[in-house]
Design a protein around this ligand. Structure first.
Ligand SMILES: *Cc1c(COP(=O)(O)O)cnc(C)c1O
Length: 432
């Protein structure tokens, strides 16, 4: 469920009309709903009540300080993939002792920082990494809590750029090699073997792949638990969300619940996985990003020009691939709606940004309501992997972010001033 809905013709975020935000703060503009973030967190947390568990929000999906603070207040832990993300979590008031540090390329400096801060676990992805963590821990006279990421070699049935649990990609340690690796790691004196981790991919909309992976890995986890006294099993993130409505219906079908559309829900996920996890008697960690933040955010944009070429209608908007790269990067679908709903015929349109790349589009030949120059559109489901992937390409500012909570509105990131984009650049002295 999310809190973006029409009241009459006007699209609201919770109790705030989005057009009002677009006019007040300008576009492109990210808007987040705190009730939606909290609702998704609670839904998953409640569904998993049958096992001792910790939801670790994947910071990389949306790392705004206010988003992190709102989740920390609900008791969330955090899945981090860099020292920078750990700094953010701390700045937002999150607890490092509830942080899982993931990623294939942790640097010496990042490991040292995370060790000093006391993260809950380093989820290691290779043997050389375990040696590096052990060496740094020895130097700091600490024992580093670690888990190894198991690659279960299952197909997640998702886009190839976000599949992580097969042997074709760089993630984790092959299932068959994991036990021997734990045996060797057990001899490294400054490691504390705390758990096992896996993550099979992102935007997985069926329970099947999760169940398959847990079924495959659970016996291994039980053996490692008995041998090394493990404390947790992290089953990763990857729960998918609804991006694409059933187009035929005419009314924006993104109202329809995931359950009604037959895709994964926390209830289905828990119903299938909890019975497999309970017998292990371990603490279960989850690392959802998109599930919590995805449908909690929209990107507002203004129609600058309408360009008709005879063959095509282009809506040229003021947001671009530097603000939201998912369509260009992953062929991702974002539902596009008008902030002022009206009936009438739809026109096949391409919504494109101003950047000088033909990949800079948000949709092609999609039937959209007729709009006029100066009107606003919302790209839905932009709360995950949206703003965080923003860049300054074409010397465009990072878009501001607004958080809504009921009637309340806060600017949680200001629009980046153009001068700030090149503030750290210099003219070489011989060019002066
Ligand atoms: C990206 C990532 C996640 C979050 O994935 P979502 O699809 O956003 O839930 C969780 N765990 C790890 C290790 C990741 O790399």
């Amino acid at each position: 469920m999310h809190q973006f809905h029409y009241v009459g013709p006007r699209l609201f975020c919770e109790q705030v009309p989005l057009e009002w935000l677009a006019r007040k703060y300008g576009t492109p503009l990210y808007v987040y709903s705190q009730a939606t973030l909290a609702g998704h967190f609670r839904k998953l947390d409640t569904a998993m009540a049958g096992v001792d568990h910790l939801v670790c929000f994947a910071v990389k999906s949306n790392s705004n300080l206010s988003v992190l603070r709102a989740l920390a207040r609900l008791g969330s832990g955090f899945d981090i993939v860099s020292g920078g993300e750990l700094e953010r979590v701390i700045a937002a008031g999150g607890d490092p002792a509830k942080c899982a540090f993931a990623g294939v390329g942790k640097s010496e400096a990042e490991i040292e920082f995370a060790l000093r801060q006391g993260v809950y676990t380093f989820n290691a992805e290779s043997e050389p990494e375990l040696h590096r963590i052990n060496r740094i821990a020895a130097r700091l006279k600490k024992r580093a809590p670690v888990a190894v990421r198991v690659n279960p070699d299952v197909e997640a049935g998702t886009h190839k750029k976000i599949t992580t649990g097969t042997y074709e990609n760089k993630f984790g340690v092959a299932f068959e090699r994991v036990e021997a690796l734990y045996a060797r790691a057990a001899r490294l004196k400054n490691l504390h073997l705390r758990g096992v981790q896996m993550h099979i991919g992102s935007q997985i909309t069926e329970v099947g792949p999760f169940e398959q992976a847990v079924r495959k890995v659970a016996p291994l986890v039980a053996r490692l638990r008995d041998r090394h006294g493990l404390e947790f099993f992290s089953i990763g993130g990857g729960l998918g969300i609804v991006y694409q409505p059933a187009l035929a219906s005419g009314s924006p079908a993104w109202w329809r619940s995931p359950a009604a559309r037959g895709i994964i829900t926390p209830e289905k996920y828990a119903a299938r996985l909890v019975p497999l996890l309970q017998p292990l008697g371990l603490r279960v960690l989850m690392e959802p990003g998109r599930f919590i933040s995805g449908n909690a955010g929209v990107l507002l944009t203004r129609v600058e020009y309408i360009k008709r070429t005879g063959r095509k209608t282009f809506l040229i908007v003021d947001a671009a691939m530097n603000d939201l790269i998912r369509p260009a990067f992953y062929d991702a679908y974002h539902e596009i709606v008008s902030l002022n709903r009206r009936g009438g015929a739809r026109v096949k349109s391409d919504v494109v940004g101003p950047i000088c790349e033909s990949g800079d589009y948000f949709c092609q030949d999609r039937p959209l309501p007729r709009v006029r120059e100066g009107e606003y559109l919302a790209l839905l489901s932009a709360g995950a992997y949206g703003s965080v992937m923003g860049s300054n390409y074409n010397t465009r500012s990072l878009a501001p972010e607004v958080l809504v909570n009921g009637r309340r509105v806060a600017v949680v990131r200001e629009r980046q001033p153009i001068k700030a984009i090149f503030a750290h650049e210099k003219i070489a002295d011989w060019l002066r």
